[in-house]
Design a protein around this ligand. Structure first.
Ligand SMILES: *Cc1c(COP(=O)(O)O)cnc(C)c1O
Length: 380
């Protein structure tokens, strides 16, 4: 068998584009390099001639894109001598923080909203040995507390306000351009804190600039972690489209939302931390924000699972739900190439999936006859 180089994670793969040194100890679980899956059936179902790809970030080591940012954030925390990290989380950040801290041999403290995180994510935080602090409040309360406590205790914040997070997450855009040979026309993402939409834009800008440096104004917010050279853009860049859950849509309201609510718990965020950057991303890219109802989000999660074999969590389905709405109205025209980020794996939140499942679940006697009857009655 021919020798193929072992994949050892996104920092090693994109070392020259990330803020690491030759002797930096890399904390990695082999994150990144996720599949870009072309939808074969859904364009036909909606009767539109569009090229839709889903970037299946649920296949990262802890089941969400948060691993891309966490490998960078924990690598730098360790390099800077930190012994403990802390985050507020709707679930996936805590799962990633817990796992990468375990890998690094440091402590993770995670603040989660009591009763509002999906079961799989809680299991991960607990299993990886992090200190789980449930707070009687929502994500936004947790985020405020994390910022306050980090002023008084020796802990490194690994939420997406940590600029290394966005540096790691920008690599998803690199992978997409390398695989398609160009950027897509539209890139659609679910938006919570809006770190990921910002990170993707940084990645697309950096990759399409002649100098190899990135040229987005969002860079001005990166606290010096990015190289802001202002070189000419030579490659194409997508319009960035951010979709929110209707009950948790500050970008649609144009103001912070105090009591966000949605079945898509990963984006149940009313006070986005990357507010200014995300508006810049929208303006620079010529994209827009829109919202989807919980019913649309769940229906799309199911559509994707049943027709393409791809299982994502509810928040993730928001990108495709929004894209399908905009394809239907023609805002995203036929003939377009579209990438939708599926931010997390469906197995994260089995409760919501089972609750909305309508697939037949039969209980029969353990006899050949009854099993055969069940099969013949349900052939399609
Ligand atoms: C974190 C997360 C989001 C939101 O990403 P932001 O960078 O906060 O906008 C969306 N979906 C899932 C599954 C997530 O874990």
């Amino acid at each position: 068998m021919p020798f193929r180089e072992r994949y050892t994670g996104l920092i090693n793969r994109y070392r020259d584009r990330l803020p690491v040194h030759d002797d930096t100890r890399i904390i990695s679980l082999g994150e990144g390099n996720t599949p870009l899956i072309r939808l074969n059936n859904i364009p036909g179902i909606i009767g539109k001639d569009v090229d839709i790809y889903v970037k299946y970030e649920g296949l990262n080591p802890t089941g969400s894109f948060k691993d891309r940012g966490m490998t960078m954030a924990v690598t730098k925390a360790v390099e800077e001598g930190s012994r403990a990290i802390i985050c507020a989380s709707t679930g996936n950040t805590s799962a990633a923080a817990a796992a990468y801290a375990a890998r690094a041999g440091i402590t993770a403290f995670v603040l989660i909203p009591e009763g509002k995180i999906a079961m799989g994510k809680l299991a991960q935080a607990m299993m990886h040995g992090s200190v789980v602090i449930q707070i009687k409040g929502n994500f936004d309360d947790g985020m405020r507390l994390v910022k306050e406590v980090a002023e008084e205790a020796p802990v490194t914040i690994v939420n997406s306000i940590n600029p290394y997070r966005l540096q790691g997450q920008k690599t998803a855009a690199f992978e997409i351009v390398e695989e398609l040979g160009r950027a897509p026309d539209y890139h659609c993402l679910p938006v919570g804190n809006a770190g990921n939409i910002t990170a993707h834009w940084i990645g697309y800008c950096e990759y399409s600039s002649a100098s190899g440096d990135h040229v987005t104004e969002a860079c001005a917010f990166c606290h010096g972690q990015c190289r802001y050279a202002g070189g000419a853009i030579v490659g194409n860049r997508p319009k960035m489209v951010g979709y929110q859950a209707a009950g948790s849509a500050p970008f649609m309201r144009g103001a912070m939302v105090d009591n966000p609510d949605t079945v898509a718990t990963a984006i149940r965020i009313g006070h986005p931390q990357s507010w200014d950057m995300a508006w810049k991303v929208k303006d620079e890219s010529g994209g827009w924000f829109d919202e989807c109802s919980d019913a649309e989000i769940l229906a799309t999660q199911k559509l994707l699972a049943e027709n393409e074999g791809v299982f994502c969590e509810p928040a993730s389905a928001t990108s495709l739900a929004g894209a399908l709405n905009d394809i239907n109205t023609g805002k995203i025209p036929e003939g377009s190439s579209i990438v939708c980020t599926l931010t997390g794996h469906g197995l994260k939140d089995p409760d919501t999936a089972i609750k909305q499942s309508t697939a037949p679940m039969l209980t029969v006697e353990a006899t050949l006859d009854s099993v055969k009857t069940a099969i013949l009655d349900n052939m399609s």
